[in-house]
Design a binder for this molecule. Structure first.
Ligand SMILES: [Zn+2]
Length: 295
């Protein structure tokens, strides 16, 4: 190989296609300049209601590595992968990364996910990236798989991840301090997106406006939720940026609990530009709401 060929080889970046902005951001944090990241679910779109388009197949055909959330959250990627006709991207083929591997799951129910209606919470609650401590496991999984494809980039990838983790650990301390005054606060959410977040920050989720993923609540459910909110002294209603606001506003008016819009994914509000700013936004928005409510 000539020197120029070596240079050309060294400058080739691998293409990582991520199903969602959250795993895309974590892949970027470790891959840095070594990889080019493409995301399938467009910014500002609810990943849980996403349906793949024909153009997603051409995005996927550029991939060297595919990163998925797993746990039934992005089941649609399986159909696209079948259409790719490239066995290396099928399960066990080495180029499909399930980012949930090794993450301690909440609400694991040991049954297979339901395939209709976009996403399901069948194998365990899939919103695991909302516990910032889980980013450590997810970045380890992604880093290991990139290094396997690009052994020469090992030192760079390891250094990128160490730098990301140093910032993450600092921020986790700050986020814990910010929410410490509200330890044990009771909350209601529209969708069941926050069990990992709540567990990390010692918050108490007592109910959901949705009774089933993606299904609007009944009047009977809302009445019993209002009663429960009173009994538990619910201090805020978490509203995911993508979900309809009318039910949360009604509950807020009836119970006096303030409504706070949180970002379940990177890009769901403009402030959540990447993984760290996603967590910054959620911790800050919730802390401000709970501080107002306590006076
Ligand atoms: Zn969900």
């Amino acid at each position: 190989m000539t020197a120029s060929m070596h240079a050309a080889f060294a400058s080739t970046r691998i293409v990582v296609v991520a199903t969602t902005s959250d795993v895309a951001s974590l892949a970027s944090a470790v891959g840095g300049d070594v990889i080019e990241v493409k995301t399938i679910v467009p910014p500002g779109t609810d990943p849980e209601a996403f349906e793949p388009r024909v153009s997603d197949l051409s995005t996927l055909s550029d991939a060297d590595l595919i990163v998925r959330v797993g746990l039934g959250y992005d089941l649609w990627i399986d159909k696209l992968i079948i259409q790719l006709h490239r066995p290396e991207f099928q399960a066990g083929g080495g180029r499909l990364v399930d980012a949930s591997i090794g993450v301690p799951l909440l609400e694991a129910r040991g049954r297979t996910p339901v395939t209709e209606d976009g996403h399901a919470h069948g194998l365990g609650n899939p919103h695991y990236w909302l516990d910032p401590a889980n980013a450590e496991t997810v970045t380890a999984t992604i880093a290991e798989r990139i290094i396997r494809l690009m052994p020469a980039a090992r030192d760079t990838i390891v250094a990128n991840r160490n730098r990301f983790l140093a910032t993450l650990h600092e921020r986790i301390v700050a986020w814990m301090q910010r929410l410490a005054p509200y330890r044990g606060a009771s909350l209601v959410a529209y969708h069941n997106s926050w069990p990992y977040f709540a567990r990390r920050f010692h918050l108490n989720l007592v109910g959901f406006i949705e009774t089933k993923e993606g299904v609007a609540p009944s009047v009977a459910h809302l009445s019993s939720l209002i009663a429960e909110m009173g009994q538990n002294g619910v201090r805020a209603i978490l509203q995911e940026a993508y979900e309809p606001k009318n039910f949360s506003e009604m509950l807020s008016a009836r119970t006096g609990a303030p409504l706070v819009v949180l970002a379940p994914t990177v890009g769901s509000v403009p402030e959540a530009r990447d993984y760290l700013s996603l967590m910054d936004f959620n911790v800050g928005a919730l802390a401000r709401t709970l501080a107002t409510g306590s006076h």
